[in-house]
Design a protein around this ligand. Structure first.
Ligand code: NDP
Ligand code: GDR
Length: 372
């Protein structure tokens, strides 16, 4: 039975990858951080009591800033595959905490690679690094592919650039099977609530159910190549099943703006929007509504505004990937469109919002985080 170790198992990708590997028959180990409240919500449904016979899912306390902890865990597990998905993954937050982001995202990767080498596992353990389209930043070529030069635009992207190159370096220096998946944005109902797609689908659902009056966003002109996390974790595994390690761009090859994603989400919830104004004065007004689906919304309501708080010190305006190499060499193609993904996310958030609205209407106090 193959053993995999996933850092970031409690995150969006980690949870989908763990499910995927369990289905493939792996023994799955994950590193979770100690937190003052429970943080395993995304993997609770696959949790297995370690006392049961034939358990194949294990969580270990750890942190990418802690070398001795990482070395001990890898030494105990002797994994066939390590997926380094753990990261301070929020671009805007990286401007607030640049040093911590570098420690986790850049040096954390080095710590894992060094632990594998130090333990003499460089010929046994295959290593996947969660690289990112943010490396392209100020894009030098459209669409972006494996050979497009990098130009990172945030402390997050600069840290990930170190991680990218140290992965290449350990491959070249020590013959390790180590590779980078340069993944473009991918989302799902499990996406963190402060990334823009989930922020939008959650807010639209809350607005439809009368739990929120308005959605505040930053740069709505930003263009992204959005795929579904389920398609992308499949590719993470495929990258480690080859004879020789290589780096791959993973994307859909299509892009839409944040504004278009807002319209698409609103339409899914029965709301047609019209955008007017420019820059910080831009708003979206309801022009028609399906009252069955969005009972709390009326024509003329202003439901989206701009808040400059969400502008970034340096922005990545446009990203569009070319996944031709992944298709040609691995036969990978994305199966879920952005429309299908948006529909799934809105349906999920409407379910949650309806439950909250029902509880509220029966006098129960529903306190939902307003973090955005
Ligand atoms: P999430 O933010 O959902 O998950 C990040 C994970 O990393 C969480 O499990 C988090 O733990 C963990 N983590 C954070 N800090 C540390 C630390 N110091 N030590 C150990 N673990 C830590 O990210 P995604 O699942 O969306 O992304 C997975 C990886 O892929 C990340 O590295 C991200 O940068 C990269 N990536 C993501 C893309 C995307 O569009 N989703 C695109 C390209 C790359 P906790 O749950 O406790 O916070
Ligand atoms: P990104 O994702 O920065 O691409 O990084 P995010 O969803 O945060 O932003 C996408 C674009 O939307 C614009 N935007 C807003 N973003 C947020 N979060 N909140 C807002 O209110 C808002 N308004 C507009 C942003 O400015 C940006 O242009 C994600 C992360 O998952 C990274 O870890 C990963 O590496 C990259 O995708 C690929």
């Amino acid at each position: 039975m193959k053993k995999a170790l996933i850092t970031g198992i409690t995150g969006q990708d980690g949870s989908y990858l763990a499910e995927f590997l369990l289905e493939k028959g792996y023994e799955v180990h994950g590193i979770k951080r100690r937190a003052s409240s429970l943080n395993t919500e995304r993997v609770d449904h696959i949790y297995q009591d370690p006392h049961i016979e034939n358990a194949r899912f294990y969580l270990h306390y750890g942190d990418l800033t802690d070398s001795s902890n990482l070395t001990r865990i890898i030494s105990e597990i002797q994994p066939d595959e390590v997926y380094n998905l753990g990261a301070q993954s929020h671009v805007a937050v990286s401007f607030e905490s640049p040093e911590y982001t570098a420690d986790v995202d850049a040096l954390g990767t080095l710590r894992l690679l060094e632990a594998i080498r130090f333990l003499g596992l460089e010929k046994k353990t295959k290593f996947y690094q969660a690289s990112t389209s943010e490396l392209f930043g100020e894009v030098q070529e459209i669409p972006q592919k494996e050979t497009t030069p990098f130009y990172p635009r945030s402390p997050y992207a600069v840290a990930k650039m170190y991680a990218y190159w140290i992965t290449v370096n350990y491959r070249e220096s020590y013959g390790m099977y180590a590779c980078n998946g340069i993944l473009f944005n991918h989302e799902s109902p499990r996406r963190g609530e402060t990334f823009v797609t989930r922020k939008i689908t959650r807010a639209i659902a809350n607005i439809a159910q009368g739990l929120d009056p308005c959605l505040y966003l930053g740069n709505m002109d930003a263009l992204r190549d959005w795929g579904h996390a389920k398609d992308y974790v499949r590719m993470q595994w495929m990258m480690l099943q080859q004879d020789t390690p290589e780096d791959f761009v993973i994307a859909t090859g299509k892009q839409i703006s944040v504004r278009e994603f807002v319209s698409m989400s609103a339409r899914e919830a029965g709301i047609e929007l019209a955008f007017s104004g420019e820059g910080v004065d831009e708003i979206a007004t309801v022009v028609s509504v399906d009252v069955e689906k969005a009972p709390a919304v009326a024509v003329g309501d202003v439901v989206v505004k701009v808040d400059p708080r969400y502008f970034r010190p340096a922005e990545v305006e446009t990203l569009l990937g070319d996944p031709a190499k992944a298709k040609q060499k691995l036969g990978w193609v994305p199966e879920i469109t952005v429309e299908e993904m948006c529909s799934e996310m809105v349906a999920n958030d409407l379910d949650i919002a309806k439950r909250h609205a029902l509880l509220k209407s029966h006098g129960y106090d529903v306190s939902v985080s307003k973090e955005s």
